[in-house]
Ligand binder design. Sequence first.
Ligand SMILES: C[S@@+](CC[C@H](N)C(=O)[O-])C[C@H]1O[C@@H](n2cnc3c(N)ncnc32)[C@H](O)[C@@H]1O
Length: 185
Amino acid sequence: MAFLVEFIKHPRTIGAVAPSGKSLSLKMMEPIDFLSANVIVEYGPGPGSFTKELVGRRQEGTTLILIDQNKNFCEQLEKRFGEEQDVYVIHGSAEDVNRYLKEYGFDHADFIISGLPFTSLPKSVSSNILEATKKALGEKGQFSTFQYSLVKKSFFEEHFEITDILHEKKNLPPAHILVMRNKRD
Ligand SMILES: C[S@@+](CC[C@H](N)C(=O)[O-])C[C@H]1O[C@@H](n2cnc3c(N)ncnc32)[C@H](O)[C@@H]1O
């Protein structure tokens, strides 16, 4: 209910009427190499469906940076995960990911996982986020985002190389997960 209220207040930035379910949350974990990840960033965690899985799977010492621009969701995240070691909740925009990484002592992220509603965000905001993400990934980082349709695939391809597309049919609606990295020459 709290999620629906936030959607009614901010339809473009919330972009969905309910949080992602368990099957999609589990599928989102598949591309992540938890053994080697030193720092993982999550964009738009909302109340924390993916965060719960990230926290449960990460190695001891792996830093998790959660960035959401919704104050109520940040408060919920603080309550759920604020006691966890090396988990940082940031009330801010994914556009500023590089500043946040620097604040916590990192040059780049090993993995960035996104729950952002790219289809409803203003195009300029999406472009800013993808440009910032390119820088944040450096040479080796990976970026994944879920989409309910592949209409935006070419938009992501303008910025990244898509290395894999996973499908989660059990989710309502069924979802696609784009796995990306920076283009190589
Ligand atoms: C559809 S909800 C996803 C929540 C959760 N990841 C899930 O799948 O259930 C989108 C989230 O993105 C957040 N958001 C939208 N624009 C953002 C931005 N520029 N920076 C960070 N978070 C943003 C919203 O506040 C919201 O929590």
